[in-house]
Design a protein around this ligand. Structure first.
Ligand SMILES: [Zn+2]
Ligand SMILES: [Zn+2]
Length: 343
């Protein structure tokens, strides 16, 4: 998104090998009957499939198993994370909290869920259906060395693997001719993450995973999501998404229209940490051209016995932001420009 905003764009006119892809939206959040049917068809033709599941982050999100909606902060348009111990939902941007909802605010469905399956469970479910199929796990838990990566990729190339189940690692530009099915799970989870880039991340993953199949033959892409109305218009045209999303960022005042920074204050004594937070806020308030979006306890309140607080800032002027940050820099204060991680 940032590059699209900053740089000129040149598009290739066509693919090197023109193939067509069919997109099918399916419901649910597990390996269900529709996935099994698609896998069966692919295996029957002696072709290969990949199954994608997103890596689960530090936080749980409450989502609706019926419509796929994640509860969003009314002020920041990002997903609110579940803090089970404190029995509330919290926005990691502005600190806004809400009691845990019992039913979906969009469709009324109850109960809401926070559990989702991982690569291991997905493989187990596939193996139960297809005991003869050769499956492999492709994620950070199983691919721990460059050698293991090489082995897995050469097995895939030699067609010693029928179904590869993995996480974000699958999205990299691997090019194998016989993959004719991509099943993409968990996009609704990606859309609900506490990150203003959630839509960008979900849709770029969709394009990347879909791009792993149909390199030389026509292929099928199964997308497990209840947000088909969001994805469908962009399937053939990601530039349309970029234009649309740029408008959202402009209105919601997110990068690339502003610069953001996160300040993390950590101290072994909770009182000291809290006092440092107050001092830092006082200093920052002297600057007119920066805005304090949120402040308070960090989502992970304690790491290595140090109590953590954070402040989220934004400004139309990167220079002004850097100036203000410079004035608060000292030991025990961590500054993160254009933060990606809000934990
Ligand atoms: Zn719902
Ligand atoms: Zn918020």
């Amino acid at each position: 998104m940032a590059s699209y905003y900053k740089y000129p764009i040149i598009r290739l006119k066509e693919a090197y090998i023109p193939t067509s892809k069919s997109y099918t939206f399916i419901s649910g959040d597990s390996i269900n009957r529709e996935c099994i049917k698609a896998l069966k068809e692919t295996l029957g033709q002696k072709e290969q499939a990949i199954v994608f599941l997103p890596t689960r982050g530090n936080f749980k999100y409450l989502y609706c198993p019926s419509c796929g909606e994640t509860h969003k902060c009314p002020f920041c348009s990002v997903g609110m994370a579940l803090h089970r111990n404190h029995r509330h939902l919290r926005c990691h941007y502005c600190g806004y909290t809400e009691p845990i909802a019992q039913s979906c605010s969009q469709c009324g469905y109850a109960p809401l869920s926070s559990e989702r399956i991982g690569t291991k469970e997905a493989i187990e479910l596939i193996n139960e259906e297809f005991p003869d199929a050769r499956t492999a796990q492709f994620d950070k838990d199983s691919i721990t060395t460059p050698k293991k990566l090489d082995t897995a990729l050469s097995q895939l190339a030699n067609k010693e693997i029928d179904i590869l189940v993995g996480t974000q690692m699958l999205s990299k530009g691997h090019d194998y001719p016989d993959i004719t099915l991509s099943i993409i799970m968990g996009l609704d989870y990606m859309l609900g993450l506490a990150d203003y880039r959630a839509k960008e991340r979900a849709i770029s993953l969709l394009f990347q995973i879909a791009g792993r199949c149909g390199r030389t033959k026509d292929a099928m892409v199964y997308i497990q999501s209840s947000h088909n109305h969001f994805f469908e218009p962009f399937l053939g045209d990601y530039e349309l998404f970029l234009k649309d999303e740029l408008e959202f960022r402009r209105i919601a005042v997110y990068p690339p229209f502003v610069s953001m920074a996160r300040v993390v204050i950590a101290h072994a004594k909770p009182d000291t940490a809290e006092r440092q937070l107050k001092d830092t806020l006082e200093r920052l308030k002297r600057y007119n051209d920066i805005e304090i979006i949120g402040e308070g306890k960090a989502p992970i309140e304690k790491i290595a016995n140090r109590y953590r607080y954070h402040i989220l800032l934004r400004s139309k002027s990167k220079k002004a932001l850097l100036g203000a940050l410079h004035s608060i820099a000292k030991r025990g204060i961590e500054i993160d420009m254009d933060p990606v991680d809000f934990s």
